[in-house]
Design a protein around this ligand. Structure first.
Ligand SMILES: [Zn+2]
Length: 202
């Protein structure tokens, strides 16, 4: 292969990446305008351990978080979870949007987790246009109170285990960037809807 050919290929790759980053920056600017109450990496509230809430407080906060998550999904077309510290409230509540329904998790606690780990490039509203490849246990056992005030204790695996662990970590003051594998932080230049769980690092 000639040097000239290599240069052209490299240039093409750089140009392609620049275009995707530009598009993300434009999208991110819109998000900054439309979601002024969202907190981003750098604000200390995201690194605080959240306090437990009463169920009444949890329900009210869940509604507020759910409203923002739904607006966000409408704006960008993705996003499955949102936690109270992401609006500046260090309270132990998160919401998810799964199977076309919003779910509220009040005072969630991970009781048990798998020894086996899988990997996934996680996107987080609070990490802006960066994604992080994070290794997390394949399954967990978690307890929480749901939006119907039912106490739940369930073993969760697959993508849901991934989602719940990402959100639960927010309540312990950790975002995806903090938990990234070494070398695992990158610009969000891939389609988050096509991301799959992996058994190994990329
Ligand atoms: Zn997040």
């Amino acid at each position: 292969m000639s040097h000239r050919r290599t240069d052209i290929q490299l240039w093409g790759r750089i140009e392609k990446m620049l275009n995707v980053i530009r598009a993300r920056v434009v999208e991110f600017e819109k998000i900054l305008d439309q979601f002024p109450d969202v907190i981003y990496a750098g604000d200390p509230v995201l690194r605080q351990v959240a306090s437990p809430v009463t169920t009444e407080e949890g329900i009210a906060l869940g509604k507020r978080l759910g409203e923002i998550l739904m607006r966000y999904r409408k704006a960008v077309g993705y996003g499955r979870g949102f936690a109270a510290p992401q609006i500046g409230l260090s309270k132990a509540v998160f919401v998810t949007f799964v199977d076309n329904e919003l779910h509220t998790f009040i005072n969630p606690k991970i009781i048990k987790k798998a020894g086996e780990v899988n990997y996934y490039r996680e996107f987080c509203l609070s990490s802006g246009i960066f994604a992080a490849d994070v290794g997390r246990p394949e399954w967990i056992q978690m307890e929480w109170t749901d939006e119907r005030l039912q106490k739940r204790l369930e073993k969760i695996s697959g993508f849901l285990a991934r989602l719940y662990q990402h959100e639960e970590a927010h309540l312990r003051g950790m975002i995806n960037l903090d938990q990234a594998e070494p070398g695992g932080i990158e610009f969000l230049t891939f389609d988050p809807l096509k991301e799959q769980l992996r058994q190994t690092r990329k």
